[in-house]
Design a protein around this ligand. Structure first.
Ligand code: HEM
Length: 105
């Protein structure tokens, strides 16, 4: 019984460690300037990236983002930090998008 508990604790620690290694660290991600980000507008086969609070997310395969366009005029290829704060869903929804980079000067 006690052995089983120790085994479970070791397993959980190992799994958490693995998850930590798999998650990309923000500082290791590619950096984009606003000019570079503008190329990822989801048009003509380009990927659709959006910036929020210095982080860049890939929205290419998200159903609600077709060809880099979303609701209320939200477009890919730009910094949407202000607009997302005013959206009904807020920033929590970014969990559904993949983090692909960070914004630089
Ligand atoms: C990245 C910046 C984003 C901005 C600025 C933004 C902005 C908005 C705005 C302004 C609306 C309201 C539309 C209306 O009232 O007519 C909306 C709705 C919605 N957005 Fe976004 N959005 C963003 C990201 C996302 C992402 C990443 C997803 C999905 C993964 C998403 C999914 C939705 C959905 C499903 C709705 C419909 C209403 C709701 O469920 O809350 N949005 N968005």
């Amino acid at each position: 019984m006690k052995n089983k508990r120790i085994f479970l604790v070791i397993l959980i620690v190992l799994l958490l460690g693995l998850a930590g290694c798999a998650a990309p660290k923000t500082e290791e991600l590619p950096k984009f300037t606003l000019t570079e980000l503008a190329e990822y507008d989801g048009k003509d086969g380009a990927k659709a990236y959006v910036a929020v609070d210095g982080k860049i997310y890939d929205v290419t395969d998200i159903e609600e983002w077709t060809a880099g366009e979303h609701y209320n005029g939200a477009m890919a290829g730009v910094d949407l930090s202000d607009l997302i704060s005013k959206s009904p869903h807020g920033k929590g929804i970014l969990n559904r998008a993949k983090l692909v980079g960070t914004l630089t000067e």
